[in-house]
Design a binder for this molecule. Sequence first.
Ligand code: ZN
Ligand code: ZN
Length: 178
Amino acid sequence: MVFAHDTDVALRTAADLVNTLLGERDTLVDTADLADFVARWEWTGRITGDAEELAEVRELRPRLAASWRAGSDEELVDLVNTLLREGEALPQVVNHGDYGWHVHATPPEAPLAVRMQVEAAMALVDVVRLGERSRLRVCAAQDCEHVLVDLSRNRSRRYCEGGCGNRLAAAAYRSRRT
Ligand SMILES: [Zn+2]
Ligand SMILES: [Zn+2]
């Protein structure tokens, strides 16, 4: 395990959110899309399901996407510190579900986009502290712009969670057979 479990989840959540913006079409365009995303990553706390919340989450995406494009630790740190400061992060140790002790830096009644912002930023703090920025990658498939977090022990993950690895393996298999 490279990061703590809650950090892994937060990073994968952030990548999934960023990926709704990248690629052929935007896949977070209405409140139903956001409801799906919230269910997929088991967000709890205050969720209004309204257009304002959707707009706020949509606006967060390019800011998180910038983390994957950061060219240095310093650049990533600037982004992370801005996200933490503007999100008024106040770390508190909590326990719920199966997570064990971990840190929340926003109260559950804070707006969803703010909680998403701060949770992603807190996870990125771990990435920086452990010198693991190289695990924030772009999918190796030529026709895919999606981002990923390589959480494998041997840094072997090259494809996004959208199925590019399987897709390319199937294509390679077909081309070997013909
Ligand atoms: Zn939690
Ligand atoms: Zn991909």
